[in-house]
Design a protein around this ligand. Structure first.
Ligand code: ATP
Length: 452
């Protein structure tokens, strides 16, 4: 099941501490959100699942965490200064601004007027001063994608790891886009997190690798609880392709506000590495790139046998963490009718994504013996390093179960008076609501097995 509306999700997120609006006490800042105590856990778990599948589970990918502030030269030669823009129109009646390609009819969504200006390009990159002098020349961009910092480190990674083709560099982190109309909660924001793999391949094998990564990414989303049957593939038409792309396939998901892009998988050819390389006579760069970069870099790889220099082609699966978070949350959101006619809200998250892996609940909050036994159990389970284990000492067992259903905690472990007598606890399963009595010594292996 999914949420009926975005409001259902935003309300749960605020109430339970997943997501808050940034600077809300001052009226908020548009297009920016903060991840609360549970949001940060879910977000980190999603990122970690991506990192594991990209870096740890493969033998051909290295990781990188580069700076956010980026030299203007990089984004000049990458083509972003010239082309990373959206078409902007102004409404002459109410002065509101819109993205021309997002207008369903050619009229202002705010006041209905048809008196709009001609679309003009609006560059989405944020600039900031660097150093103490603000003379307009010493500035940097906040990166609009992590990819450029990966390309500019291509030679560093190659030299320090002795990789040969095909291989990839994975990077996750913040990126910034001055979106004209940020909207739909965390779907379109101005400060986002990206999970981007740049996978470098021999020219000529690029189309095959493109198909490989499309399949791989669909399978990964499925493991995060967004099944393939809920996803669609959209081949971006030539006229809509980004300036660097030979072909792009978007993974589309039905968000509560409509079907939109969750992840883009692009064939970036040798555009970027070629662009950052100063004209080198021993290189054949096939894409129409600038080849007049002011860098001294030779972002190419030498074939060990033929000694031929190759500028690799790049396949890039690029996913938004925030959009992923929204999709995962929406898929997990379920309202269940119970036999007694009541309803319960359950977040059926995959256990590896759950913000809290288990809640340990003493039946009575003022009973020292019960609380001590619960604290000891929490400490033991936390020591397994499976994620966050929460000591839930609210004293109201019914309320605790409801709260943990709603935030997706897979198991609740209750310490009661029987525990003091026979060393057993009750383990309640979020999905089935079944309860079983387990010896304290069995609690750790039970949890480990369940989360495996
Ligand atoms: P859109 O067409 O929706 O603006 P895009 O094609 O510009 O997206 P890409 O440049 O392909 O997006 O970025 C890769 C991924 O980054 C997207 O698939 C999406 O998940 C995420 N993303 C892009 N822009 C935003 C944003 N403003 N807020 C949240 N996530 C974003």
């Amino acid at each position: 099941m999914t949420a009926k509306s975005m409001e259902e999700l935003t309300s749960l997120c605020k109430r339970r501490g997943f997501i808050y609006q940034t600077n809300e006490i001052y009226g908020g800042l548009q297009g920016l959100f903060d991840y609360g105590p549970l949001g940060v856990e879910l977000k980190n778990n999603l990122k970690q699942a991506w990192w594991k599948s990209m870096v740890y589970d493969r033998d051909d990918v290295e990781g990188l965490d580069a700076a956010i502030l980026t030299s203007p030269a990089v984004l000049k030669y990458s083509g972003h200064e010239e082309t990373f823009s959206d078409p902007l129109v102004d409404c002459r009646s109410c002065n509101s601004r819109w993205r021309a390609d997002h207008l369903e009819e050619s009229k202002c969504p705010s006041c209905g007027s048809k008196d709009l200006t001609e679309p003009r390009p609006f560059n989405l990159m944020f600039k900031t001063n660097v150093g103490p002098i603000d003379d307009g020349t010493s500035f940097a961009y906040l990166r609009p994608e992590t990819a450029q910092q990966t390309f500019t480190n291509f030679k560093n990674v190659l030299d320090s790891t002795s990789r040969s083709l095909p291989f990839g560099i994975a990077q996750m982190g913040k990126a910034f886009r001055n979106e004209v109309t940020p909207r739909n909660f965390i779907f379109r924001v101005r400060e986002m997190e990206l999970m981007e793999l740049e996978f470098f391949v021999e020219p000529g094998t690029d189309e095959e690798w493109h198909q490989f990564w499309i399949k791989n990414r669909l399978e990964w989303w499925s493991k995060q609880g967004v099944p393939e049957k809920r996803l669609d593939l959209y081949d971006v038409p030539a006229k809509e392709l980004a300036h660097y792309s030979k072909s792009t396939t978007d993974i589309m998901y039905k968000f509560p506000h409509g079907i939109e892009e969750l992840e883009g998988i692009a064939n970036r050819t040798d555009f970027d590495l070629g662009s950052h390389t100063k004209n080198q006579s021993d290189l054949s760069i096939t894409a129409k790139v600038l080849k007049n970069s002011s860098s001294n870099a030779k972002l190419a790889i030498q074939d060990r046998e033929t000694k031929r220099w190759v500028v690799p082609y790049v396949i890039e699966p690029a996913a938004g963490v925030d959009r992923g978070f929204l999709a995962v949350l929406n898929e997990a959101y379920t309202i269940q009718k119970l036999e007694n006619g009541k309803e319960r809200t359950v977040l059926s998250l995959k256990p590896h994504l759950s913000p809290i892996k288990a809640a340990v609940i003493p039946l009575k909050k003022n009973n020292e013996e019960l609380v001590l036994a619960a604290k000891n159990l929490k400490k033991e389970l936390q020591g397994l390093s499976l994620g966050r284990i929460l000591l839930e000492n609210s004293g109201n067992i019914g309320k605790s179960y409801r709260r943990h259903d709603e935030v997706g905690t897979p198991l609740c472990i209750t310490v009661d008076f029987q525990t003091l007598e026979d060393q057993t606890v009750t383990i309640r399963n979020r999905d089935s609501m079944d309860q079983e009595r387990v010896h304290l010594e069995e609690a750790s292996p039970y949890l480990q097995e369940y989360l495996r």
